[in-house]
Design a protein around this ligand. Structure first.
Ligand SMILES: [Zn+2]
Ligand SMILES: [Zn+2]
Length: 389
């Protein structure tokens, strides 16, 4: 089959690789109809997540048709159309029983790496390095889906791929980011990053009752998309200080909650950025936490900072004083996708949201390398690329 392979820093290639096979009785094989490139794939592309190996198959946002199941699979059968959540979860461990699927205790065969880096291992994730199990991803024609009874969401009501594909990651991730803000009527929610996850965080904040949403980014087309869904905007390249701008917009109080939908490769004008970029390049720090620092500094005392942008390791100049003295509640996590899929499918069914609004580009799987480059460089106002297998 054809698959999008990581071949080194800033190098992906669509190559012929062996077809996946059933390895365990709880596996299913899915013939992929649509898959997407995610902002977090860019962290792999740019070489910021160690533990990638040449030839690794990328992709954790995918859907398609079940073409084979192991003898232990009960909830899906050959011919079913499914969306596959990015965390692989066993459904029976202590974490899964508490709906903390992205930290499932049973699905990461490379636990030692997570134990070294994070103290404990996290769940397996499709196409996301050997730190999360080294599972082949779904930017391919086929994928092996372990624990097929726990993840895949059956799609039965004639939705298009584009309406439901993002149940695999970015819609639940954005929704969890907003849910962690514990939104009350009248709240103002600031969102750093108006990429696809940021857009879903904003949409979800409105769905959960936020009165105002403020989007912070530097790309006019992304800010326009945020504005189109009702958000106010700050172009951080055009204001002296994001924190001052947010204070001006909230009567000096600061947003009730701040969502970091940026993560480890943040950008900023001026010297702060060069400082972090140099430290990250020399591995003195692993992440550039510019958005996270700003979110903590901007948040109102007693408010919540919700972190859904991906971080990989250690950071520098963390504003612990602001966090502690202002009584900031920090909420975070890789999304526990399986917790949200039925609820969010319901919102799509009810016409409350059509997740396809973020898609700006459609390509063939063969063009994935071009897609990565285009998304990376934000060419042609690229917000979200869907690849058709
Ligand atoms: Zn993703
Ligand atoms: Zn589990």
């Amino acid at each position: 089959m054809k698959a999008t392979c990581w071949m080194g820093r800033k190098k992906v290639e669509v190559r012929d690789v062996p077809d996946p096979k059933i390895l365990n009785k709880q596996d299913a094989i899915v013939k992929i109809s649509s898959t997407a490139i995610c902002g977090s794939d860019l962290h792999l592309y740019n070489g910021f997540v160690p533990f990638m190996e040449r030839g690794d198959v990328l992709g954790h946002e995918f859907m398609g048709e079940v073409v084979e199941v192991g003898r232990g699979v009960k909830n899906v059968k050959v011919g079913d159309r499914v969306v596959v959540p990015f965390p692989i979860a066993c459904g029976v461990c202590e974490a899964c029983k508490n709906e903390l699927y992205s930290v499932c205790e049973n699905t990461n065969p490379n636990k030692w790496i997570g134990e070294q880096l994070f103290g404990h291992a996290t769940a397996g994730i499709f196409g996301y390095s050997h730190l999360t199990g080294g599972f082949a991803g779904g930017q391919a024609e086929y994928a092996r889906v372990p624990f097929a009874d726990v993840g895949p969401v059956k799609i039965e009501n004639g939705f298009t791929d584009e309406q439901v594909l993002f149940l695999s990651d970015i819609f639940p991730t954005g929704y969890m980011g907003a849910e962690m803000c514990n939104i009350k009527p009248g709240d103002t929610i600031a969102v750093w990053g108006a990429g696809p996850v940021g857009q879903f965080a904003m949409a979800s904040a409105f769905l959960l009752g936020a009165e105002r949403v403020i989007a912070i980014d530097r790309f006019p087309y992304r800010l326009k998309m945020a504005q189109d869904q009702g958000a106010e905007i700050i172009n951080y390249e055009q204001v002296g200080s994001v924190i001052d701008a947010l204070n001006d917009m909230t009567g000096g109080r600061g947003p009730d909650a701040c969502i970091d939908a940026v993560g480890m490769e943040a950008h900023a004008p001026g010297v702060k950025y060069l400082y972090d970029k140099a430290k990250q390049a020399t591995r003195i720090e692993m992440d550039r936490p510019i958005a996270l620092r700003e979110a903590i500094m901007a948040c109102k005392p007693g408010g919540t900072v919700s972190v859904i942008g991906v971080y990989g390791g250690f950071i520098d100049k963390f504003p612990a004083g602001a966090m502690m003295n202002k009584s900031i509640r920090i909420m975070t996590g890789q999304c526990h996708v399986q917790r949200y899929t039925q609820k969010l499918l319901g919102l799509i069914s009810d016409g409350k949201i059509d997740p396809s609004f973020v898609i700006t580009h459609r390509m063939r799987l063969d063009d994935a390398a071009h897609g990565y480059e285009m998304f990376m460089n934000k060419e042609d106002n690229c917000e979200k690329i869907v690849l058709k297998a």
